[in-house]
Design a binder for this molecule. Sequence first.
Ligand code: HEM
Length: 120
Amino acid sequence: MVNSIYDEVGGFMAVRKLISAFYDNVLDNEELAVLFQNVNMERLIDHQTKFFAMLLGGPVSYTDEELKRVHARLGISNHQFDLTKDCLIEAMEDFDFSEDYADTIAEAFEEKRNLIVQSN
Ligand code: HEM
């Protein structure tokens, strides 16, 4: 069987580190940090780690419906989504992810835009 990207990049721990770096970038950005003011980051990182593990072909999944539901009341804009994507790309660059993997992950993130964004 062909290894998934998830295995190739080092499994759960590697993905967890990436997500942690990603959130450091997000919290450094004022326009994004406001969204996370009252959120338990540890729990969120744990959820996001599982989600990204899923994107990369690892275990665990969230349905589109669940993603839409948890973000519905947050009023996330397209601009904030773009900034978040930049934070992710930056984190992958810092971890020297291969360009192919980084592109695949950024595309998978982009595919969820309509479930996450509420306004312009
Ligand atoms: C592919 C894109 C995204 C995925 C897969 C994703 C995934 C998730 C998941 C699974 C949760 C639920 C955590 C829980 O059950 O408590 C969550 C919550 C949250 N997400 Fe996202 N998210 C995405 C994009 C974004 C973006 C772009 C933002 C902000 C710019 C954002 C902000 C938040 C916030 C603030 C919460 C916490 C809600 C709360 O518990 O009060 N997410 N996200």
